[in-house]
Design a protein around this ligand. Structure first.
Ligand code: TMP
Length: 209
């Protein structure tokens, strides 16, 4: 049985996910929702170890197939240990990235067939998917400039601009294909406006409940 709501936050590097995840969490809490925040890849002890494998640089090249499988391995663990129990307990789960990121990064960035990703999505999630996805959108150059210098680039951040342009395009295509689930936010606006727009959308979800 699933009672809580599942909200995910997506976007290319530098769009402001962390700040806005905190904003969403605080806003829902102030509206009396019992929430947990979590992230992918990660969210459990084992899944965080897998995150390390995925984000760190290795002397041996991590092949794309292994990368895709590790994303779903971490997700399976996260769903079982954290997401499903929280939703069943009536909590709202606010998650920094989920399977839309796999379509965008492994599908758009690494060129896997969307149908193959879909197969793994069904196998691991068995129909469980986000109720709402907030997509923060920004031109890639702006995002990369914002993200630059924060820390040493990880394995994904070290990718080229074309990789991120492909990632962004898949996100936008998915938002267009599922307008009821996606809340598309122009992240190039100032932070007050961005959060006002997110809040408008959250208010709709809160009144529809
Ligand atoms: P972040 O959580 O700090 O944004 O870092 C996670 C990185 O992992 C980010 O570059 C996107 C990438 N990623 C994928 O490639 N596929 C996925 O399915 C997920 C969840 C993340």
């Amino acid at each position: 049985m699933r009672m809580g709501k599942f909200i995910t936050l997506e976007g290319v590097e530098g769009v402001g996910k962390t700040t806005n995840l905190n904003f969403i969490a605080n806003y829902l809490t102030s509206n009396d929702k019992d929430i947990i925040t979590t992230r992918e890849p990660g969210g459990t002890a084992i899944a965080e170890k897998i995150r390390g494998l995925l984000l760190e640089h290795h002397t041996e090249k991590l092949c794309n197939e292994a990368e895709l499988l590790l994303m779903f391995a971490a997700r399976a663990q996260h769903l079982e240990q954290v997401i499903k129990p929280a939703l069943a307990a009536g909590k709202w789960v606010v998650c920094d990235r989920f399977t839309d990121a796999t379509y965008a990064y492994q599908g758009g960035g690494r060129d896997f067939k969307m149908a193959d990703i879909h197969w793994f999505e069904d196998f691991v999630q068995k129909g469980l998917s986000p109720d709402t996805t907030v997509l923060l959108d920004l031109p890639v150059e702006v995002g990369l400039k914002r993200a630059a210098g924060r820390s040493e680039p990880d394995r994904f951040e070290a990718e080229k601009k074309t990789f991120f342009n492909n990632v962004r395009q898949v996100y936008l295509d998915r938002a267009k294909a599922e307008p009821n689930r996606f809340c598309l936010i122009d992240a190039s606006e100032n932070i007050e406006q961005v959060q006002k727009n997110i809040q408008c959308y959250l208010d709709k979800i809160l009144t529809d409940e």
